[in-house]
Design a protein around this ligand. Sequence first.
Ligand SMILES: NC(=[NH2+])NCCC[C@H](N)C(=O)O
Length: 562
Amino acid sequence: MDYQSLFAEALYQQLKDQLKLEKVVQLIEKPKFDDMGDYAFPCFELAKIFRKAPNQIAGELADKLELPSLFEKVEAVGGYVNVFLKQGEVSGSVVAEVIQEKANYGTLHQGSGEVITIDFSSPNIAKPFSMGHLRSTVIGHSLARIAEKNGFEVVRINHLGDWGTQFGKLIAAYKLWGNEEKIRENPIKELLTLYVKFHDEAEHDASLIDEGRLWFKRLEDEDQEARELWKWFREESLKEFNHIYELLGVTFDSTQGEAFYNDKMDRVVKLLEDKQLLEESEGALVVETAEGVPPCLIKKKDGTTLYATRDLAAAIYRHETYGSSRSLYVVGNEQTLHFKQLFEVLGKMGYEWSLGLKHVPFGMMLEDGKKMSTRKGKVVLLEEVLKEAVSLARKNIADKNPSLTDKERVAYQVGTGAVMFHDLKNHRLNDVEFSLDAMLKFEGETGPYVQYTYARASSILRKGGYQESTEPLIFDNDQAWRVVKSLMDFPEAVKRAFDGNDPSQIAKYVLELAKSFNQYYGNVRILDAAEGRQEKLALVHAVQVVLKEGLYLLGVEAPEEM
Ligand SMILES: NC(=[NH2+])NCCC[C@H](N)C(=O)O
């Protein structure tokens, strides 16, 4: 039950002539201090309309308000109408609701089955999976789950960077210096070495550039040898990427990368032509965009297409194939201009659905305050980083809980969970400082802290021999109230996270719930309570349910023991 809406409705009955219901809802606040009520309605904006002092308006409203019976009292203080819920009864009904609905608690239906495509991860073949791709993967994976929780049907798309002139260079390099065995052993490292060598050598041997161009031309013309090498590089790279996805528990509905759109490009160019949007500029074909935005390059002088052309084809294909009304592109900040151009060109083509496309940018991963990426000659391989996190988690377990069964699995859950949570706990536009030590702490604002709280709740339930029951729950202890209020906040966090494409709303929420629960745990003897034992255990169970679901939305697993 949504008590805030009940309050809004009661206020609206009194203010119909002055305010719209949405406005009333918008104005309602949740006071920070308990003595100011559970919800408060400020009357300052009404002062002008009524030509009265806010305090007087609040007093009159408080007198007239007809509140449902779950409200205990109403007060007018300092220009606010403050209302108080009946803590015992509301606690009983909230806890019962969570336990009944389980993972469905907080599920919203605002999407009602509408399809949304989410383009995320999208690493480049034959190149290392970068920190930026990790951020995209983690954020996109979470946004997909958040969208489902909000009632959308999600299509997860990995738009692999598997086409472009660099593949011509790579094939040329392989023909000159490649070693099949080595590539099979360590595909990305080897392919990258070849690619780097190609660039180094090309600096004093310009013929190499022509050689690369030639191979790319062959590739585009479907020359068999070129195609087969390309396919092989792609498969080997994907195998390595899949290790990372497995580690993180990430899946996709489609891994159709850029190459998939090769045969769909002529149509795009034709459409642009028909709509008379193409213009010539220094031999290339472009579409003009709004003032201040450079024109969007569609075809190069030599007739080859570009990243943007493939994205145009992809957007149209996705809309036609999936019937999506919205699409998110989870891609770093630095591609803002690209997406601006893309969306604008689609708009100019007359596609109304282009209004539903959204770039979801994010900041950088930093190490000691500097961009963390492919350093000169030295690559931070992401899989190694993740394995390092897992091995630190393994050490932690060995120190803290050596008798744990299932150690290896928990180490994975904690290690990868820590990395993901660390990424998601701040707003995505912020840069993230990468520090495994900070991530893996069991205290403070970390994934392991929330996981640990979940494990603690699970352990209490096991020790307490908790049994679910349908008997009404009667709470008489106000210690539980903060926890209950936190439970009540979950659906709103789910909505905010979706509306703002912002998983940090969920991360902050689970931290808050974990904190209020740990405080409760510190103050209340749960297991040796003579009275209200079932209520206390039921509260723990409700916390357990919501922590697990919150972590799920972040892509983080919840171990029963750790
Ligand atoms: N539809 C898209 N453009 N998705 C993002 C692709 C990201 C690109 N492969 C890169 O690593 O920069």
